[in-house]
Design a protein around this ligand. Structure first.
Ligand SMILES: [Mn+2]
Length: 265
């Protein structure tokens, strides 16, 4: 029963289908884990969401920043970004079911038996694994039960440290920023949320995963950072966004065999 972790699909439904052909995906046996950003910039967010939802318990999803922004638009708390191609999805007759399904997906998924963790962007330097799981679970609960409360306070870059997140709202925002937006941190572990380039081009910031190199950690799979092109230098921390939506590749990683598969179109 192989499990494949798949990078940021971003509405690239055609590439997703070619990738599944390449790995000879068997929906009766195989599991697909998606590391978030299912929708937004690519041409076919509607088909992507319908397909992944139709997989039922064969698919494990975590939410990315674009998925949360899409939900905030559905709930009237944000405007669709001019670069997004979401109109077809927003006008679909099954939008309510698709949005509700997405709203029930977690920010983080942890399989304690296999010691494998899935998250869109990463884990904050000043978290332990237990604190990270607890913080992510709190956000998932509020997203399910009172999404308006969450979307009203979701946007913003502060606090930059978990120790500075004092109110419930600050904890939600910090958790969402760590799990769905972070790439680099300052030397003290504070989140820096603007820089997107490859670490080789950035001198004064540290990639989040370098902080986790020193901790005992499960295998971590993440997306979100297309400039890495699927490479993280830390053993057991796997980058999977290979920029399908930017004309590069969509990647799947088989957890059992550690083999990578990519398609470009
Ligand atoms: Mn992202």
């Amino acid at each position: 029963m192989p499990s494949y972790v798949i990078g940021d699909v971003q509405g690239c439904f055609t590439q997703l289908q070619s990738l599944l052909t390449k790995i000879q995906f068997d929906p009766n046996q195989d599991q697909l884990w998606f590391c978030g950003d299912l929708v937004a910039r690519g041409p076919d967010s509607l088909a992507t969401l319908r397909f992944i939802r139709s997989l039922g318990d064969k698919a494990q999803v975590v939410l990315g920043n674009h998925d949360l922004h899409f939900l905030a638009c559905v709930f009237g708390f944000a405007q669709v970004d001019a670069k997004d191609q979401l109109n077809e999805l927003l006008q679909a007759p099954d939008l309510p079911e698709l949005a509700l399904w997405l709203q029930h997906q977690p920010l983080m998924h942890f399989d304690p038996k296999r010691q494998v963790l899935l998250v869109h962007a990463g884990l904050a330097p000043d978290w332990s694994l237990d604190v990270a799981l607890q913080a992510a679970a709190e956000v998932s609960e509020v997203l399910k039960d009172s999404p308006e409360k969450l979307f009203a306070v979701m946007y913003g870059n502060t606090p930059a440290l978990w120790s500075e997140a004092r109110t419930l709202e600050e904890r939600w925002r910090f958790t969402i920023n760590s799990c769905t937006r972070m790439r680099f941190c300052l030397a003290n572990g504070a989140l820096e949320l603007k820089e997107k380039r490859h670490p080789d081009k950035v001198s004064n910031l540290t990639p989040w995963y370098q902080f986790w190199q020193q901790k005992a950690h499960p295998q971590i799979f993440f997306g979100h950072w297309a400039a890495l092109m699927g490479y993280s230098p830390v053993a057991g921390i796997h980058a999977l966004d290979t920029g399908a939506v930017w004309g590069n590749y969509l990647t799947a990683y088989c957890i059992e065999t550690a083999q990578r598969y990519s398609v470009s179109d």
